[in-house]
Ligand binder design. Structure first.
Ligand code: IMP
Length: 444
């Protein structure tokens, strides 16, 4: 018997590829959207009807009536931030009760995890990762060390005892790192005020429908309904396959959807890989095609490249095809989705990295460590399209220079580009005629 499979959508670069918008666009074709890793370090931006929403933990299917949104076991939860997200959504409780489901196995980010994140980054000095300081690393550390607290643990009579013991341990550790925690502000609040608000958020979180994501997701598939697993961050920030140690603390790749939701590998269907028409990175770490000075500033301004979670200016550079090909490989990407093509509209010419030169040797595979100053990207230069894409109504009507850019990418990575996003709004999207993605989704 043919098994119904879940599709996965994830980022192929360093995050901020525009995944939230694409999930929002695809959601009408799905019954369930499920987040499988990461936490409030993510910032998925959705724009429709003139309004902008930034989701950090809540899946991007939340604005579609009837869609079941699941926060899986692999996600780390900060009740303070979820509470703020729920305020922003401003949805009646009855609607939330039918549309947002949290896995009891998901681990909690304690206020003292955020304190530790700041302490560790402070200690690293020049070697700091550039973490979003949302407590992600320390929360996953406690999970793996088997000292963490999960949402289901809040039901235990001993919860407060365990919470206080863990908090004391975190403070002891922060003090051992000579971290001055007294002046620390978390989201603009002193620690004690933040903690109080955190507990208020926890009450709200506890009132949301609780599920076991592995059971809920598999049963939904068994009923023949369609499920989309939504990734956060990007492949090059994966704890195993990213530019370690400048990575996040979870598996952002397709395999992460298996462990972060309880899905068997045989239940993965289509893998949608989302990439930007150029590259950006927030925080530290190698970035082979990074631009500097005026060129970088121009791209940053055109693309409004400022972090949606931290507001930090993003580092900008050209598209890196060997890195994209690597990401396609580790994820088993079957369909590509290119975003922010419009950002390049006015450029006279566009560079694309097609290989690296390492000490005189040409290499077309992303090296294990790209920190070496001896690594130089080798570029191919293509003419820009210098056309406003606003009026283009179909994929096939895109300017020939942009179509040539797409063909070059497809030839290099050997996967078709099925969708191009040409702006932040839900409506600014072009799907290729006869694309596999359409046939699959139309068969629902
Ligand atoms: P952390 O996951 O907050 O500890 O951050 C680790 C690294 O991943 C830092 O360089 C962050 O800037 C980066 N990062 C984490 N989450 C995101 C994201 O959602 N988009 C882009 N970069 C991210």
């Amino acid at each position: 018997m043919e098994t119904n499979k879940a599709d996965v959508l994830l980022g192929l670069q360093w995050g901020d590829e525009g995944k939230g918008k694409i999930v929002d666009v695809l959601t009408p074709h799905y019954k369930m959207v499920a987040r499988f890793q990461g936490g409030p370090n993510a910032g998925h931006t959705l724009v429709f009807e003139g309004k902008k929403y930034i989701l950090h933990t809540i899946p991007s299917g939340i604005f579609h009536q009837g869609c079941l949104n699941v926060v899986g076991n692999g996600v780390v939860l900060d009740p303070f931030i979820i509470n703020r997200e729920l305020d922003q959504l401003d949805m009646p409780v009855e609607v939330l009760q039918e549309s947002l489901f949290i896995c009891g196995k998901a681990h909690l980010i304690l206020p003292s995890h955020r304190l530790l994140d700041a302490a560790f980054e402070n200690k690293k000095g020049n070697l700091r990762i550039g973490s979003t300081l949302k407590g992600i690393g320390p929360a996953y550390t406690d999970k793996v060390a088997r000292t963490g607290l999960r949402l289901i643990d809040t039901a235990s009579d001993r919860f407060m005892e365990k919470y206080n013991a863990l908090k004391t341990e975190h403070f002891r550790l922060a003090e051992s790192l000579a971290f001055d925690h007294k002046s620390l502000q978390l989201d603009g609040l002193p620690f004690d005020d933040y903690e109080e608000a955190w507990f208020r958020g926890l009450e709200r979180l506890k009132a949301l429908p609780r599920v076991q994501s592995e059971v809920f997701v598999n049963e939904t598939l068994d009923k023949g309904a369609r499920v989309l697993a939504e990734g956060a961050q990007g492949t090059l920030l994966d704890i195993d396959f990213g530019s370690y140690p400048y990575v996040t603390s979870s598996n952002t790749i397709t395999a992460g959807a298996c462990v972060g939701l309880g899905l068997a590998p045989t239940r993965i269907g289509e893998v949608f890989g989302v990439f930007k028409a150029y590259c950006t990175r927030v925080g530290s770490g190698p970035f082979p095609t990074e631009l500097h000075g005026k060129e970088a500033e121009r791209l940053r301004d055109l693309g409004n490249e400022f972090g949606s979670t931290t507001g930090r200016p993003r580092r900008c550079g050209w598209l890196d095809l060997p890195a994209l090909k690597y990401a396609v490989m580790v994820n088993g990407v079957s369909r590509l989705i290119m975003t922010k093509a419009d950002v390049l509209n006015e450029l006279e010419s566009i560079k694309v990295c097609v290989a690296y030169d390492i000490r005189g040797q040409q290499q077309s595979l992303l090296p294990l460590t790209t920190e070496s100053e001896e690594l130089k990207p080798l570029y191919k230069e293509l003419p820009g399209w210098q056309t406003d894409l606003e009026d283009v109504k179909s994929f096939e009507q895109l300017p020939p220079q942009l179509l040539a850019y797409v063909s070059m990418i497809e030839d290099f990575v050997q996967v078709p580009v099925d969708i191009i996003s040409t702006g932040a709004d839900r409506k600014q999207i072009l799907t290729r005629k006869g694309a596999g993605i359409l046939q699959r989704l139309a068969a629902i």
